[in-house]
Structure formats: structure tokens, C-alpha cells
Design a protein around this ligand. Structure first.
Ligand code: TYD
Length: 210
């Protein structure tokens, strides 16, 4: 049987990474094994690309180069990790995927949703998640928290106007392609957010594997 591909999306600091760790543990307690991964990264080559993209030394990075590097990291990730795992019947959960590029580069950097989608479709051969969980929370609140104790990375340091644009971009994309996107209320307690995520994943597994 074919596996499942689930992705987590949302503004910087929306809690995806913490929740993913919790949900993975809870699923394992129920004997459901999942592979968790992230973007940019997920492979050795992808992690090297991630370092280039997020380094504060690279303020000269052109917007187009940035979009292509995210797409390159994603192409490697799909080819080396995600597609083989899905074909092997595994459940893969990725912290960020294509929708991040459409929101951050397509809308935030104003490169155009369709243009960014085109280069990514080339890189991924059109692979789409079975379900996207969007962590809905105001970017102003999360950024304040994230950059308060330590210096942010190159993207986090883009400022509130950029991150508001990205958030509005996500909302526009959800209106445009609502099919397999679920909204998670990420303003609630960690426990409640992780339960929303867990319930959505279990519902999808039940639906697909019934
Ligand atoms: P990361 O530290 O993983 O952020 P977070 O924990 O909030 O997910 O850094 C990833 C950064 O890269 C984040 O600012 C979002 C951005 N990004 C894009 O702009 N485009 C993309 O396609 C992806 C995957 C991430």
C-alpha cells in the first residue's frame, strides 16, 4: 500500500517543530511509525543548501536565487527521502514543503505564485501532500518571541512587514487551493494544538486505510 505524505505549514515560530516531536511520540505509542523531516534540509545536500539560505552572511542573495535554492533542496528531499518512503508505504511528515515557497517567495518576495510553483513542480515532478496542516497564528507575536532571546536567521530578520505579507499569502493560497488544507488554531496551549494535529492525522489514516 502507498504511504501518506503530510506537511506542516505556518509563520516562523508557530510551534510546528515542537508539536511535530510531541505528535511523533504519541503516534509511536499507538504503534504508528512516522518519518519526520524538514525543509529546507532533510538530506545532507539539503542541509548544506539550508546553511547558505539562512546565513546572515548572505544578505546579497537575490530573491530568484533564494527561490531556486529552496526548490533545489526540495528536489533532493523528494528524490532521496520522501518519494522512496511513500512508495514503501511509510507515513512521512515534513516540517514545511511547497506551500512555504508559494507564500514566502511567491507572495513575500513577490516572485509570483505561479512562477514559483512552476520551478518547484519541475523539481518535485509535481508531488503534492495528502494533507497540509496550517498553523494559524499572528506572525508578529511569534517573531517577537523567537528573536527575543537569540539573534534570528536571515529570514526571521526580514521584519514584520515581510512576515505579514507571507501570512496574508498563506491565507490567499488557502482560499485558492482549500482541498487538502486543514487549519490548526496555533494560538491555543501546546497540548491542545498537538491534539488537533494528532486527530487530523489519525482521521486521515483511518480514511485512507479503511
Ligand atoms: P526554520 O528555522 O526551519 O523556520 P521555522 O522553524 O519557522 O520553520 O527556517 C526556515 C525558514 O525558511 C523560515 O523562515 C521559512 C523559510 N522558508 C521559505 O522562505 N521558503 C521555503 O520554501 C521554505 C521551506 C522555508
Amino acid at each position: 500500500m502507498k504511504g501518506l505524505f503530510i506537511t506542516l505549514e505556518g509563520p516562523d515560530g508557530s510551534g510546528k517543530t515542537t508539536i511535530l516531536d510531541m505528535v511523533k511520540k504519541k503516534l509511536e505509542e499507538k504503534n504508528i511509525d512516522v518519518i519526520t523531516t524538514r525543509e529546507p534540509g532533510g538530506t545532507k545536500i539539503g542541509e548544506d543548501i539550508r546553511d547558505i539560505i539562512l546565513s546572515n552572511d548572505n544578505v546579497a542573495l537575490a530573491d530568484e536565487t533564494e527561490a531556486l535554492l529552496y526548490a533545489a533542496s526540495r528536489a533532493q528531499h523528494v528524490s532521496q527521502v520522501i518519494r522512496p518512503a511513500i512508495e514503501d508505504g511509510k507515513i512521512v511528515i515534513s516540517d514545511r514543503f511547497l506551500l512555504s515557497s508559494l507564500a514566502y517567495q511567491g507572495v513575500g518576495r513577490e516572485l509570483g505564485i505561479e512562477e514559483v510553483k512552476m520551478v518547484n513542480d519541475f523539481g518535485t515532478k509535481g508531488l503534492q501532500p495528502d494533507m497540509i496542516l496550517f498553523f494559524d497564528i499572528d506572525p508578529e507575536d511569534t517573531l517577537k518571541r523567537k528573536t527575543a532571546d537569540e539573534a534570528g536567521d536571515r529570514l526571521e530578520n526580514e521584519g514584520n512587514t515581510f512576515h505579514r505579507k507571507v501570512y496574508d499569502g498563506y491565507k490567499e493560497l488557502i482560499d485558492k487551493y482549500p482541498e487538502n488544507i486543514k487549519i490548526i488554531n496555533a494560538r491555543e496551549s501546546i497540548e491542545k494544538v498537538s491534539n488537533q494535529v494528532l486527530d487530523s492525522i489519525e482521521d486521515l489514516i483511518d480514511e485512507r486505510r479503511a
